[in-house]
Every structure is written in C-alpha cells, then in structure tokens.
Write a protein that binds this ligand. Sequence first.
Ligand code: KE4
Length: 439
Amino acid sequence: MMAGVMEENQNRYRESARAFAEACQVLPGGVNSPVRAFGGVNMGPVFIAGAKGSKIFCLDGNEYIDYVGSWGPMILGHAHPSVIHAVEAAARKGASFGAPTLAETALAQKIIAAFDSIEKVRLLSSGTEAVMTAIRLARGYTKKDIIIKMAGCYHGHSDSLLVAAGSGLAESAIASSAGVPDSVAKLTVVVPYNDIEAVKAAFAKHKGKIAAVLVEPVGANMGVVPPVAGYLETIRELCTADEVLLIFDEVITGFRLALGGAQERFGIKADLTCLGKIIGGGLPAAAVGGRADIMDILAPTGPVYQAGTLSGNPIATAAANATLDILAEEGCYEKLESSAAMLEAGLAEAAKDAGVVVSINRVGSIQSCFFTDQPVRTFADVQSTDIQRFKKFFAGMLGRGIYLAPSAYEAMFISLAHSTDDIERTIEAARGSFREIGE
Ligand code: KE4
C-alpha cells in the first residue's frame, strides 16, 4: 500500500523533484526564501508553472486551490485582468527611471486615504525594508534605542529583528540568526504576544530608553493569533504615556482585514505603519507611513537616511494602484468575510465529524487550523500544538488538490477569487484528510 502511494506521489511530483534537484545546485536550499523549501512539512517543494484566479499549477500539471496566495499579496486572485493590463501598459513605457512619477503620488494618496493614522508615506520594495526603516525612524525621532517586539511575530530579516527572548522576562534579546551581533540584538527586547503584563514589565525595566513597540496587530507568522481584548489598546496607552512610538507591522493585515487594515478593524491609531504584500499586487512594493512630524525626518527633508533604486518602481506601483482601486470597490471585504467564515465553519465541522480536535483562529480572510484542544493565544500555545498532525493534514490536502502554506506557523489566505465551489471542494478534501488523521 505504502509503496503504491509513494509511487503515485513520486509521479505526482516527478517534475518538481527534478527541478528541485537542479535548483539545489545553484540556490542555497534550492529556493530564494526558506519557507518555500517545504522543510516544515518534510517533503520537497512543488515548483509552480503558473496561476490564475484561485488556482495554482505545478510543473507536474497538478492543479491546486491556492491558500498561500504568495503569502498574502494575491487578495484579488492570481493574474487579475486589471492588474495584468496595468502592468503591461506600464512596462511599455519603461521599467524603471529612478525618478519621481505620478503613479507613486497616486499610490501614496490611496494609502493615506485608507489609513487615518498615515499623513505621509515612503514607498520601498519589501516588508523587511519597511520595518527596518520604521525602526530607524523611531530611533531617530525619539533619540532612544530599545525596540520591544513580541515572540512569534515576524517582521522580516533585518538584524534587529532576528532575535529571541533574553534569559529573563524583559531582558535584552539574543540573536536568533548567525551573523547578527549581540551588540545589535541586545537593543531589542522580546516579550510574549498577548501578555500585557510582560509589556508593562519591559516598560518599567527600560524606562526612558524605549524608542518603539513593534507588533503585528494580528499575529500571522505563528499561525493566526488574534490580540486578546484590550491588548493593543493598552499598548497604545503605554506608548502614549511614555513617548514611545507604536509601530504596527501591517504587512499582512494592511488592506487584508479592511481597506484600513487592523487599525480600521480595531479602531486604534499607530504612530508608524508598515505595509507590503497586497500593496504591491504581487510585485515588489511596500511602504512605511505615519504622522507627518515623524515621516518628515526622513531624508531628504530630515536626518534619518533611507533610499532605494527601485523604490516606487513604475511597474510595481501600476500593479499596486490597480489592486487598491479594486479593493476600494463596494463589497470586497464582505465577500472575503463570507468566504472565510464558510471555510472556517466547514473545516470545524469536518474535523468534528472525523473525531479530530482542532482549534481554528480566524480574523477576516486569514485563518489557521491548529491541532489542539486548547485555545491558541500565544507563540508558546502554537508550539504546544500537534505539528505532526499538521504535517499529515498538509500532505492529505496537497494530495487532494489543496495548496496550504507548508508550515504550521503560517496562515491560510482567502482571496476574492475563491468561489463557493472552491470552498466546498476544500471542505470535502479536509473531510478526507481529517479522516486519515483520525484513523
Ligand atoms: P518581506 O521582506 O518578505 O516582503 O516582508 C517581511 C514581513 C514583514 N512583516 C510581516 C508581518 C510579514 O509577514 C513579513 C513576511 N512574511 C513571510 C511569511 N509570513 C513572507 C514569506 C517568506 O518569508 O518567504
């Protein structure tokens, strides 16, 4: 039986396996971003040939309903005609000028219109760059150095943020990646997400030295972990009282949870906001935005330096403007909410019918299915879930034509292209996968 399944699997992924072997000769781990290597699910990656709408197609010709959506950007679905048209038209005028264009101003205006807390914007090319710039701005503006971040939140790969919690509560962090000097790591303090007492302890321990609190308003890099009631509001109060800047990393939640992101959904105003993913429409575009008195200290108007050859790239901003124009249309977020709620309910029922205990966290059109009978409110809670069952679930769904994130620490992203039929097929595939797990 197993040999037959292995044989079938080998056939299903033969071309991807061949491509992966070739890629490993020239790319570290065969990929250009670690999570793509499928290390989190103990199998080789599928290589993608293309995608359209809610579907993605691999080299072996397998079609999948896609819940990765390039890790968030593809909220309209893949290869949306309006985005393709905008990109083609922009490309015909030239790919990059290194000079200002009207499209950049238009994109900044859309972002400002969507976020009450944003008065000025700097466009750049990745979420990592947005967060790195926000931290430098906070340090330049406050003339303080300490950054507080939460365990389980991911903010890109800049040195200050590749850190893990220090030895004791509210202690300076230690590097979590080789190549990050302890002298850099110690300027970051890591506390558990959703633990407001830990934030208060950090404020007390490092009083007068904290430049900013950096947080994902909804954790989405440990699976989806929503803020507990009052958590974000109390952080906002602590920051205001101590002249500490509140940086919301909305690279995932921005234009995802609402047009105005988590800030619109929760009614909280950050001092600086980091955006990415969706605002590029699948192309490399990101942004940092916030109060004008903070943003205006960025070069060339102020002493905090930041620059980028491809910042505000004409083709990326064309995709971005086309994407945000569509998201501003009536009914988009209602449809996303309805599709995601249907999926959440269907997965919960399928697991229950199979006798498999799961805990599903959902905020808007992002959700995660954890294999545990406990609520999942912190990174430690996620780490105590049954990761082996997740791996089986992932393999079962992939084999049934459903492409989930290849890691228990990521989210499912629903797009406007996911149809009722897609959701029903996903739930049916989950029934089979849960049954296999429950046997
Ligand atoms: P990028 O530099 O990858 O554009 O953005 C970094 C980043 C910043 N902030 C948040 C909240 C993020 O989620 C990310 C990147 N997300 C990961 C997956 N959750 C990107 C996928 C990858 O690393 O390949």
